[in-house]
Design a protein around this ligand. Sequence first.
Ligand code: GUN
Length: 281
Amino acid sequence: MATLIDGKALAAKIKAQLIEEAKTLPRRPGLAVILVGKDPASRIYVTNKEKDCEQCGFLSYEYKLPEETSEDEILDMIGYLNNNAKVDGILVQMPVPAQLDEEKIIFAISPDKDVDAFHPVNVGRMVIGDPVFLPCTPAGIMEMFKEYNIQIAGKRCVVLGRSNIVGKPMATLLMQNDGTVTTCHTKTENLAKYTREADILVSAAGHRNLVTADMVKDGVVVIDVAMNRNEEGKFCGDVDFAEVSKKASYITPVPGGVGPMTRAILLKNILTASKRHQGIQ
Ligand code: GUN
């Protein structure tokens, strides 16, 4: 039976460290959050991020913009926040309404305040191995491996999903830590052929029951990034947890696995940004 990787507990431990470190700073770290429209899931995510900031003694500034916000309006707001000395991090909650171009928004945020690490400067820095900020979800997963002494060097790592937010940076970080990495996606033929080879399997596909017990080998480490809903409306991941956990050596639950770690790393990035802005390294 697999050991459960407790993301909630590890996130609490990281937060406790951040709280102590934040107390030593001359000025409180500040996060600006921009939320465009009324998407209920985004609303919950933003509220959680603001609560996290409060718990850590960080300030958060919320900018709720109407659904019909124009590109000029949001770019002006980002420009204002880029130049606001109280703001260390800027986060535009994605997705944004269709009239807004996500790429233009990401490019407009100053790389120094890009606590999501979505800006090409931060993506590039990560790829060359000289990061300032790492993307929250993949960096949170790397912290889980460290905490549970899970070795990556020489292991076969399989990542399901190739998004800019999770799949691509996850594959990059695993490779940089000497894993042998395969990225699978919607066009991959015979997915099980790859997943059965995996020593470490990270699933960020967003399809319930995508990974079943017959698709993994004994002793696999399973990280389930997805947040799907089952027929009862409860959160579940991509992995058939009940069956796969009988074969795995380690597995993350959904919820309570990767999600809390993503939030913890965002806080870490805000603190990093603030220290840099305050001239403290
Ligand atoms: N929407 C879903 N995940 C994220 C995230 O990590 N950052 C932002 N800004 N938007 C998101």
